[in-house]
Design a protein around this ligand. Structure first.
Ligand code: FES
Length: 86
């Protein structure tokens, strides 16, 4: 089992509100748990999570209705090149 740091939206990936779009937190991927794309991309590309279960334990995304699981799998399949997922 991989021991991953918790990266929910209140964590280090959360940006301070600003007019500068470079600090925007990104689009919402998991609406139930309010987890943004930036958090998912970081978990997959930097932390190396490889399953939806690992994304769930690392970010909290996918722990609600499961409607976002298909999209989470897309991030895993493409290694988080966000252009492919959009
Ligand atoms: S939208 Fe992700 S669990 Fe419901």
């Amino acid at each position: 089992m991989i021991n991953l740091p918790l990266l929910k939206n209140g964590g280090p990936m959360n940006a301070t509100p600003s007019r500068d779009c470079s600090t925007c937190p990104g689009r919402m991927i998991c609406h139930c748990l309010q987890v943004t794309e930036d958090v998912i991309v970081h978990a997959v590309s930097v932390l190396g999570v490889r399953t939806v279960k690992e994304i769930r334990s690392c970010t909290g995304a996918g722990d609600g209705c499961t409607a976002c699981h298909r999209r989470l799998k897309q991030y895993l399949e493409c290694g988080t090149t966000t252009e492919v997922v959009r």
